[in-house]
Ligand binder design. Structure first.
Ligand code: ATP
Ligand code: MG
Length: 329
């Protein structure tokens, strides 16, 4: 027992990530897809790694991202937002002749979503190891790996090199699988997943990603297996049911969700993970870090647009004292 943490302290260097930067353009009506003209709102800055790193910076952590955008307004809107919020944007490449990635999204009455993506053939698909990227990696204290980034050819190699370098200098690794079960059945996907788990200090699964990660049938069995594997802490995101921390040092710590009206769920998991990690790197105990993380996730869902609900530390402090939580067992 004790305040043991396998997460590198803030002083070792910034939290970095690698992955897709996109704009999101949303249908303003509920319905099925995009097969007729319809009202839209956007572009909003987006991309899971970008949302994550923006939240790290906004809550007060040093932060940087390796990514690629086009030489267009969709790229500019993202770079400007990240820069203003305090993210090191030196390793975002601007690729001439390729558009910035985009996602059109429309909600169905059931809550399911239809997407039209332009990612693999966008500038994001041209993400490469550059001099600037190496410079950022060489001074990083922590790397966050977003599972969705593995879908982009070329990014896996950058992530694996970055993980090795950051680890070698005493840094730590967090991993949000952010991946669907169907993708895990293939041989390569599973191997990459297992290789990542072997170096992960903080695992941030949601839904059945925990069971998929451990290849177990129960939550308790999965946690036991993954902690034995050497993962320092697991934080399970449970949507409106809040979240739970599991570690050998602190055991199980549960945190109820804040009661809010959900406007747009996109980005909740990314902001949650960023807030939790940054609080822990700053020396906060898991129970307190969970409250900030739940608050960050809850605030995100009250705003339309994936990066619009990113919170500063002061906003979270205010939110925590004014909003109530569903206190369950
Ligand atoms: P994403 O859709 O971004 O991938 P996720 O599935 O990784 O999200 P969630 O569990 O949906 O993660 O959300 C992360 C956290 O945000 C939850 O643990 C919870 O604390 C908070 N949260 C999410 N949705 C709500 C909600 N409707 N009300 C209150 N809190 C919420
Ligand atoms: Mg998720």
């Amino acid at each position: 027992m004790g305040i043991a943490s396998t997460l590198a302290p803030e002083a070792l260097g910034p939290t970095i990530t690698v992955g897709e930067i996109l704009v999101e353009i949303m249908a303003t009506t509920i319905g099925s897809g995009f097969r007729e003209p319809q009202p839209l709102v956007g572009p909003f800055p987006s991309g899971a790694p970008a949302i994550f790193i923006d939240q790290v910076a906004r809550i007060g952590g040093a932060a940087g991202i390796i990514a690629a955008v086009g030489d267009d307004d969709f790229g500019t809107i993202n770079i400007d937002r990240l820069r203003v919020d305090g993210v090191d944007v030196s390793a975002i490449a601007v690729i001439p002749g390729k558009p910035t990635g985009s996602a059109f999204v429309r909600y169905r009455p059931s809550g399911a979503r239809d997407f039209v993506f332009n990612i693999a053939h966008s500038a994001a698909g041209e993400t490469r190891m550059t001099t600037e990227a190496r410079g950022l990696i060489n001074r990083a204290g922590h790397i966050h790996v977003m599972g969705s980034a593995f879908a982009i050819p070329g990014i896996a190699a950058i992530l694996l090199e970055a993980v090795a370098t950051v680890k070698a200098r005493g840094g730590s690794v967090s991993f949000d699988p952010n991946i669907r079960k169907e993708l895990m059945q293939g041989g390569d996907g599973r191997k990459l997943f297992d290789d990542m788990l072997a170096v992960t200090d903080l695992l941030l699964p949601s839904g059945d990603e925990l069971l998929v990660a451990a290849d177990e049938a129960s939550e308790a069995g999965s946690v036991e297996r993954l902690l034995k594997l050497g993962i320092g802490e697991i934080v399970l995101k449970r949507g409106i049911d809040g979240s739970s921390h599991f570690s050998n040092a602190f055991g199980r710590v549960d945190c109820a969700a804040f009661k809010v009206e959900e406007i747009d769920p996109t980005g909740a998991g990314d902001c949650f993970g960023a807030a939790y990690l940054t609080c822990r790197r700053g020396g906060m105990l898991p129970a307190d870090a969970l409250v900030y993380a739940n608050a960050a996730g809850a605030r995100t869902v009250t705003k339309q647009g994936p990066m619009e609900g990113v919170s500063s530390k002061a906003e979270l402090d205010q939110f925590i004292v004014t909003e109530s939580r569903e206190l369950t067992a």
